[in-house]
Design a protein around this ligand. Structure first.
Ligand code: GDP
Length: 302
């Protein structure tokens, strides 16, 4: 899976790696070159502060180590990027079975970022690990959303708890899903939620209520925030709003297959202090990969 992640990212992001290597291969690394390196990193959505930190650290190392060999400078750049992406963050999903109840995973994010698709893909991964999974369709606002989730459920062979009527209370659907999960002794219950960011107060109430109601039966182990990697700064703003509403424990960054802006990983982790745990690399059922800092940076720079 990591090899595939790499292949995918290489295809979409190689502009960054090639561009940087070309810059570092110039005869002299003068101010202009440093500026261009900075620009290249900014274009990859690394963010102003991390970019300045990285370029500052790199300049210092080039000075101290006195090496002008492009490959060596490239290696230093890689090390500094890995440091920024932070391999020490705990990216394990909280989806282990509790001895007496299912793990509860809430999935939040704005409409269209890939929540439902991610739940389908993740369910498939868990099923492949021999886990019993149940889905809860708590996005009751759009009738099509529950159908779409159930379709994914059928596709990967797991049941979906839906509302009986349109526009039902999302929290009560989530409650029912968790109850069914406990009753059926499944390992993981994943709850899909609505993402109408236009109405921030409504969203806050709704997500907060879902969590409160679910926790009458079982603690929510994981709140995964799904963000679309192609949306740049907008994704960062969304992340901020959601983290004010619920206690986000992990990020899923989708649509990395369609962007050269993978640097957004660094910006998001910094802003939220929460690790990217999974990445979406396409629309198919197998296009989800665990996030690995080193593999990710290698892909970025390849
Ligand atoms: P939701 O509204 O957040 O539940 O979003 P959906 O799961 O319905 O996804 C919205 C669109 O994004 C669909 O067309 C998905 O196929 C597509 N999508 C989701 N994840 C990815 C991904 O990782 N890569 C690509 N290329 N498309 C994705």
């Amino acid at each position: 899976r990591l090899a595939r992640l790499r292949a995918r990212l290489v295809r979409s992001n190689n502009a960054l790696g090639k561009g940087l290597l070309a810059l570092l291969s110039r005869d002299t690394i003068d101010e202009d070159v440093w500026d261009e390196i900075e620009e290249t990193l900014l274009l990859a959505d690394l963010g102003t502060e991390p970019t300045q930190e990285l370029v500052g650290a790199l300049r210092e190392r080039v000075k101290v180590e006195g090496s002008r060999d492009p490959q060596h400078v490239h290696d230093m750049l890689r090390e500094e990027l890995v440091r920024l992406v932070d391999p020490s963050m705990d990216r394990e999903l909280a989806s282990q079975r509790h001895p007496d109840r299912p793990a509860i995973v809430m999935v939040v994010g704005v409409n269209g970022v890939g929540k439902t698709t991610t739940i389908g893909k993740l369910a498939r991964v868990l099923v492949a690990q021999d886990k019993d999974v149940l889905l809860g369709a708590a996005d009751t606002f759009r009738a099509a959303a529950a159908e779409q989730l159930a379709t994914w459920g059928d596709r990967v062979g797991v049941p979906t708890v839906k509302a009986d009527v349109d526009g039902a209370d999302p929290a009560s659907v989530a409650f029912e899903a968790v109850r069914a999960g406990i009753e059926q002794e499944v390992d993981v219950v994943m709850i899909d939620t609505a993402g109408r960011l236009q109405n921030k107060v409504g969203l806050m109430d709704e997500l907060g209520k879902i969590k409160r109601v679910v926790e009458k039966q079982a603690t929510v182990d994981e709140v995964l925030l799904v963000l679309d990697a192609t949306t740049g700064q907008n994704g960062l703003n969304q992340a901020k709003v959601f983290s004010e509403v619920v206690n986000v424990t992990g990020i899923v960054l989708t649509k990395l297959d369609g962007t050269a802006k993978g640097g957004i990983v660094v910006a998001i982790q910094r802003q939220l202090g929460v690790p990217v745990k999974l990445v979406g690399l396409g629309e198919g059922p197998d296009d989800l990969a665990p996030f690995d800092a080193e593999a990710f940076v290698d892909a970025l720079l390849d």
